[in-house]
Design a protein around this ligand. Structure first.
Ligand SMILES: [Zn+2]
Length: 313
């Protein structure tokens, strides 16, 4: 079964951050809507069977990030919070969702997401994790269900030359879909969003899905870790620790992408960190220029007068 782990991180002041019950409720609502879209499906779309599960929920009351000061999930404060969550979850293959305070991002959007490449063996064998942030304006909307699409559509088509994309597979050349009822329409549908078969086919091959995830150099143990994750025990952190299960230091160096390896061991493949860096630079550019990422209808319409949606604060 195609399963995607979600690690949720609430920062101080984010909507529903006040109590464990509220935090859990917001996470479960977002995950439930993502499962509706990517799992059971809505007509006229397909049932894709992708299941999102809550891997862990982290509360960071000492961290405040006002969405109004954030443009995208590549914001250094979001990267830091996610990196700390990754360390705390032993680098689980997951989509890391940061809940920010404030109604909208700088720019009026309410969500932003994309993948990060972790390791690359070849164009068909690589590992990623997801980086997502949501503002209060995403509360009780299909924004998470939309944002995960920007991660699920990632594919590396070639490494020589380097060709990768996050385009909607049913709408070449565009990250978004043109049908207002499709979950990947840039203004996210408020009811019954669907995905089509081309979107499902690409999404099911994505490396964020646990059964497709690659743990470099430890395929057998990786399978065991995935099996443990799929049994639903929920917190199989130790079994998914890539550092503990490495057969040599190679993957640790690749993992710290961008660092140059100073040794002469031919197994260390000096070109890998560079490829990872190139792929991630492209991704960051796409993520930073994604927009508009807003719901078609606010569950509770903004109190203030609305113009073109730009100044809904
Ligand atoms: Zn989008």
């Amino acid at each position: 079964m195609p399963v995607v782990s979600i690690v949720s991180i609430f920062t101080r002041g984010a909507r529903s951050s006040e109590t464990p019950e509220l935090r859990s409720s917001r996470v479960q609502g977002d995950i439930q809507r993502a499962n509706e879209v990517w799992g059971t499906g809505n007509p006229p779309g397909v049932a894709c069977g992708i299941t999102f599960v809550s891997h862990s929920l982290i509360y960071r009351p000492e961290v405040t990030i006002d969405a109004a000061t954030v443009t995208s999930s590549t914001d250094p404060r979001i990267i830091q919070v996610i990196n700390e969550a990754r360390a705390a979850t032993n680098f689980a293959t997951a989509i890391y969702v940061v809940y920010l305070s404030g109604e909208t991002f700088n720019g009026g959007h309410v969500g932003n997401a994309g993948p990060v490449v972790e390791t690359v063996t070849n164009a068909n064998l690589y590992s990623i994790y997801g980086r997502c942030s949501l503002s209060d304006g995403a509360f009780e909307t299909y924004l998470l269900a939309h944002e995960v699409g920007h991660i699920l559509f990632y594919r590396i088509l070639s490494l020589n030359p380097v060709v990768s994309t996050i385009n909607d597979p049913s709408n070449p050349g565009d990250d978004h879909n043109n049908d207002p009822q499709n979950i990947m329409f840039p203004f996210v549908p408020a009811m019954n969003p669907y995905i089509n078969s081309a979107q499902c086919t690409v999404a099911r091959q994505n490396r964020i899905i646990l059964e497709n995830a690659q743990f470099t150099g430890v395929a057998a143990q990786g399978t065991a870790a995935q099996s443990a994750a799929l049994t639903g025990t929920g917190s199989g952190f130790a079994t998914q620790n890539p550092f503990n299960s490495m057969e040599d230091n190679e993957s640790n160096e690749i993992f710290n992408s961008g660092n140059q390896c100073g040794c002469n061991n031919p197994h260390h493949h000096h070109n890998k960190p560079r490829i990872v860096k190139i792929l991630n630079e492209k991704l960051d550019y796409w993520i930073e220029n994604m927009g508009p990422e807003r719901p078609q209808i606010y569950p509770k319409p903004p109190k203030k007068k609305k113009k073109d949606g730009k100044s809904n604060k």
